[in-house]
Write a protein that binds this ligand. Structure first.
Ligand code: G6Q
Length: 545
């Protein structure tokens, strides 16, 4: 992070220390309009932040000093910005709807391939949704089970829930990710083999959790097919009708027994946590259909265009990123909260956790030196009013500063009485309460018992952003995801960290292999530390080894 540019932001924080959000509103009657903007179907009101025009200018300078404009172009044009893995970062190519554009990686235009796979996905999902794709007993597919983990799971899960109103209601969608056998077992209890399609979603096709679940699902399927009267060879041939793959690894897919005609490819320039608009979205396309899926891509594309072309002072992802940096680096905020006031966005915070924390949870800069400032914060959240009856206490009156993003939709898909008015009233009221609080004088004027005043006082001055759309649709969902993707990108550029690798997840994976062999070996190696050896011994004893 550019030290000089940051100093200017810091100076302004010091200078404005005594001013609260309430003071800032009192000073400027145009504040709400001034610190609001629209893009790709979303309205952002960021006026309830500890900012004034000078702070925003200083923050924008920080982005300029980090060569943000050039970095954005590098990403969109396929430069290998994921240097530790030697890869381009081109999730934007997956939704590039500009027919005249060309995006080249190693001299090859990737957009052609992207569109070919989209067509393949579309034809396949049409066949399944129309009942033309039949299982081994001649029945249509009623259940889809996506087996994948991390980036091959969180996006499809989040989007399947988010777009429930657009899904084919006579089909059921399941997502198995955990290597905990309960996850698979409970799913298999709910489906019949002859009307179930398994999507094995794994970029590498080597991930322990996914491959273990996929093999177990195949064994279950073969056993069920035999129970239904199929001979061994016929049961094996039936795998092709019930298993398809989403992967970059054709050899491994074929070795698993999946017909590579039913393999939907993506490429190493698509990071797992950015892969929802790639073939990883196949389960989603099966749920909402190819046309709605295209609308999702359109929403992404609109936000991409906005991000690439809007000046920083009117650029939604840039503004969200800069505000995040202000609180992490200027106020020591360790986390931020995402609070969707829409039940359909219930898994959105979990999805963002991976996107943000796996991307910017880094402690060395691009030169490999330890950073001297904080980087990616902890992201957390829950759907709206549920959170109010749980952890909002701490946000209002605790000792930690927790900036929040409130997300709402003006129209509900499910109007029932005045429920939606109540939901939205809660959203708006929370941002009001957090910003403006309640003083001791106000409590006294209300006749609050003197002894209780300290407990009933709200300090206020808690920063929030409010994001509003007209309705949650495939298009607004796409735009929302792209908004946060680009926010994370901008922060990574300013913090000067590599946002597209994830070396931090490797060590545990590798050690698990050694531990597994000690759990199952005749005699454990005893090579671990005393605590781990003790845990291994206790487990072995409990399971009778
Ligand atoms: C995401 C990560 C990670 C990945 C999973 C699954 O950015 O790379 O979450 O998506 O480890 O990997 P596979 O798709 O290769 O099974």
């Amino acid at each position: 992070m550019d030290a000089q540019a940051w100093e200017k932001v810091d100076e302004l924080i010091d200078k404005n220390q005594t001013k609260t959000i309430k003071d800032l509103f009192a000073e400027d009657k145009d504040r709400a309009a001034k610190f609001s903007l629209e893009a790709a179907g979303w309205f952002l009101d960021y006026s309830k932040n500890r900012i004034d025009e000078a702070t925003m200018k200083a923050l924008i300078k920080l982005a300029e000093k980090a060569n943000l404009k050039e970095e954005i172009e590098k990403m969109f044009t396929g430069k290998k910005i994921n240097a530790t893995e030697g890869r381009a970062v081109l999730h934007t190519a997956l939704r590039n709807l500009d027919k005249n554009d060309k995006v080249k990686v190693d001299g090859k235009d990737v957009l052609k391939d992207v569109r070919k796979v989209l067509d393949q996905m579309g034809d396949f999902s049409d066949a399944v949704r129309r009942g033309q794709w039949k299982g081994f007993a001649g029945k249509r597919i009623k259940n889809v089970v996506n087996i994948g983990i991390g980036g091959s799971d969180l996006g499809p899960v989040m989007a399947n829930i988010a777009l429930t109103p657009y899904t084919k209601r006579n089909m059921k969608f399941f997502f198995v990710s955990n290597v905990d056998s309960t996850h698979l077992a409970e799913t298999l209890r709910a489906v019949k083999a002859n009307e179930t399609l398994f999507i094995i979603a794994s970029k590498t096709f080597t991930t322990q959790e996914t491959m273990s679940n996929a093999l177990a699902a195949k064994e279950w399927f073969l056993a069920e097919a035999k129970k239904a009267g199929l001979k061994k060879a016929d049961a094996e041939a039936a795998v092709a009708k019930h298993f398809v793959a989403v992967s970059t690894a054709a050899k491994e897919v074929a070795a698993f027994g999946i017909d590579t005609k039913n393999m939907f490819v993506f490429w190493d320039w698509v990071g797992g946590r950015y892969s929802l608009p790639s073939a990883i979205g196949l389960s989603l396309m099966l749920a909402i259909g190819r046309n709605n899926y295209k609308k999702l891509l359109k929403g992404y594309y609109k936000m991409d265009r906005h991000f690439r072309t809007a000046r920083f002072s009117r650029n939604m992802p840039v503004i969200l990123a800069l505000l995040g940096i202000l609180y992490v680096n200027g106020y020591g905020a360790e986390s931020y909260c995402v609070l969707p006031y829409d039940q359909y966005l219930s898994r959105f915070p979990a999805y963002l956790q991976q996107m943000d924390m796996e991307s910017n949870g880094k402690c060395v800069d691009k030169d490999g030196n330890p950073v001297t400032y904080s980087t990616g914060p902890i992201e957390w959240g829950e759907p709206g009013t549920n959170g109010q009856h749980s952890f909002y206490q701490l946000i209002h009156q605790g000792t930690h500063l927790i900036p929040c993003d409130f997300i709402g939709c003006s129209k509900t898909h499910n109007p029932i009485g005045d429920l939606h008015d109540k939901l939205m009233a809660n959203l708006f009221a929370q941002t009001e309460a957090l910003a403006f609080g309640k003083t001791a004088e106000e409590c006294a004027a209300e006749g609050v018992d003197k002894k209780l005043i300290p407990f009933k006082t709200f300090e206020g001055n808690k920063p929030t952003n409010t994001l509003l759309c007209d309705q949650l649709t495939p298009e607004t969902l796409g735009a929302l995801v792209a908004l946060y993707e680009h926010k994370v990108f901008v922060q990574g550029v300013i913090w000067n960290v590599y946002s597209y690798d994830q070396w931090g997840v490797q060590l545990g994976k590798v050690l698990a292999k050694g531990v597994l062999s000690d759990l199952t070996a005749k005699k454990p190696s005893g090579k671990h530390d005393a605590s781990t050896n003790q845990l291994i011994a206790r487990y072995r004893k409990a399971v009778g080894r």
